[in-house]
Design a protein around this ligand. Sequence first.
Ligand code: HEM
Length: 314
Amino acid sequence: MSSKVEFPFPFTSDHYEYTNNSSPLIPARTVTVSSNYVEEVRLKRKLLEENHERCYRSLPISLESQWETLLLVFRELATYEPEHFSFKRRGNTYVFTNHLLQEEETFVYRDHSSIDFEPLDLVGRHVQEDLIVMGDRHDGLFLEAGQLCFPSNWSLTFVLGMEFKTIHTPVPAIAEFIEKVERFITRIRPNTAWERKNWSITISHKLDTPLETYSDWGKLRYHVTKENAGELVNLRVEVQRLFRLPVTNDILFSIHTYLLPLNELVANDDWLKKFYTNVKTLPQELADYKGISLYKPELLGFLEKALKRRKIER
Ligand code: HEM
């Protein structure tokens, strides 16, 4: 399957607003194996090797949920992608086989000495998603563990241990909306999954854009022109899933990040029109927050040229 066919285009209306665009997912899956699997899993592992403290953090309280996540994701992969993965139990020992990477993981459940990494850090090395464990405590949802290789300008170190509402304080005018979202999350039933899409824009085809390396990738925003936007600018979509772990009652939050260069996006008339109207009507404070203001005129200029070329009315 080509990456264009599987791209999760996020816009359903022609203007931007905060909405809880989550929908239930049946079957309740937490991960997706896309055509870039091998390449992206290799990149994740490289980032983890080179910057482990930046890409993996946990609090001891998360360990039970980490084990639950490991079992859940290995089972899910073997159940839904049997041609690529298998998972077997022999007595106390589990064996997960990743046929795409020709690897085997053998472990005893809840025995830390049987694995080389923490459980979340191990299972995350077999999926393209970033994985976050949110502890559901009586006074809120707290970020208690995460393997985060492909963040969109945020830092795991900064948010470790933080509450859901506090994590979202940098987002403009989101307080009231995010309180409602938190109430929605606390009502998610065990073993059910919800999915939503979040979008932003990345300059260059780069998945790893953490806050810590902003000075490397952020400056590319000054390089966008009407002429190079098709190559340089990528629509970045995060497919985010929320899953209630049935034993610990915590929430597993998975993030699968997709990038689409604008040259590919504008080949689809409907996508081109929706993307254009969403960028055009984006409130100033959101354009600033998403880092788009720096090159918004160049971006709109590129899209308007494409609309004209394809004879689409604005
Ligand atoms: C439960 C797990 C979640 C975590 C750990 C999380 C974390 C984050 C973080 C770290 C940011 C970036 C904040 C910054 O700029 O520093 C963010 C942005 C945001 N989050 Fe969440 N989030 C979660 C779930 C949700 C859900 C379920 C929704 C909505 C239904 C949501 C809506 C948003 C929105 C609208 C933004 C602004 C993004 C943009 O416009 O680019 N989040 N989130």
